[in-house]
Design a protein around this ligand. Sequence first.
Ligand code: C6P
Length: 416
Amino acid sequence: MLETAAGATPLDVERLRRDFPVLDQEVNGRPLVYLDNAATSQKPVQVIEAIEAYYRSDNANVHRGIHELSRRATELYEGARKTVARYLGGVDPEEVIWTRGTTEAINLVAASWGGANLTEGDEILLSVMEHHSNLVPWQLVAERTGAQLRYLELNDDGTLRLDDLDGLLGERTRIVALTQVSNSLGTINPITEIARRVHDAGALLLVDGAQGAAHHGVDLTSLGADFYAFSGHKMCGPTGVGALWGRRELLESMPPWQGGGEMISLVERDHSTYAPIPHKFEAGTPNIAGAVGLAAAVEYLEQIGPAAILAHEQDLTRYAMERLQTLPAIRVFGPEDPSMRAGVVSFVLGDAHPHDISTILDSEGIAIRAGHHCTQLVMKHYGVSATARASFYLYNTRDEVDRLMDGLATVHSIFA
Ligand code: C6P
């Protein structure tokens, strides 16, 4: 289910900003305006200090040593798994597999579930809106197994062409992999409704939650996904850590995808038996400090409340879209209704190349992203090679949107 942003208590943004030391600096002689949150978010002191405290006091390898530090590290690491499971709506912690992030989580499903279950002629349904991380792993497994890729197209307003969904779901459709929130258009997809239709057709649904988990929270007990992938670094956590959630019976039936320490039960000369989930999928020494940092990030977000964060982002998005429309030769992508999008606004401005827009804004201390945002199929749909993208998070303000507009006025005066 989508979080509803309406009625949420407004954020005390000035107070929250004090938690983010990186925001308090000048870039090119101007106070930093950080509007590249869809790429990665900044980290509050609570997260930085949790990681530091772990390395200062508790560092050891997990599940191995019978000594005090190892016990503590294991407790923190497994405790972090429980915290993440709570954030995902109170799922079973054993269904939460640590990964390096969304990309690795999707690769895990494509390689393990896909490798074991797909055969020639089976179909994988994707959408044109997907990030490359939710396309290329499926292309790789399709090549290996002979499965076919099919695509749900985009409407020009940046929504999925859901009228086509039932027609695309055929007898051979085994899995559908879709994003919860588009990183280049901002569109929030109606996952619960999609899940119902996918399940009616007898297929599984993987949800790419890279932007969803960060920007409007998630309740996996009602979302309807069979697999859910997300990254810690987009939600105030550190880089290099994220998770895959999967339904227990699916995870238990899947083969391991990487071999090594931690994931085994018994090792013989010519074969091994494997640990139960979640460890079956966690070969090698894990990113313990990353898990500790992500748990601190989750606790931080829980205190603020995902609904309030989404409401704040949508307020900034509405304001930015209104102001952008006043610029001549602006083209804004994605749904016109801000309540249908998270805090992501992609645009092109006349003949100015998005890289030039980003360079000029950077000279004024404003960080945005320019490029195809790892969504080349979206760019193709709109006939552009790149867009400029501003993306908001809980610490951004309307004043910062005004700074963006001032910067774009400079861009316009240079290119007019
Ligand atoms: N999008 C962006 O600037 P990783 O890199 O594994 O943490 O996340 C990959 C990914 C998958 N799906 C979606 C919808 C995403 O937005 C991302 C990451 C960043 O938009 C970096 S390209």
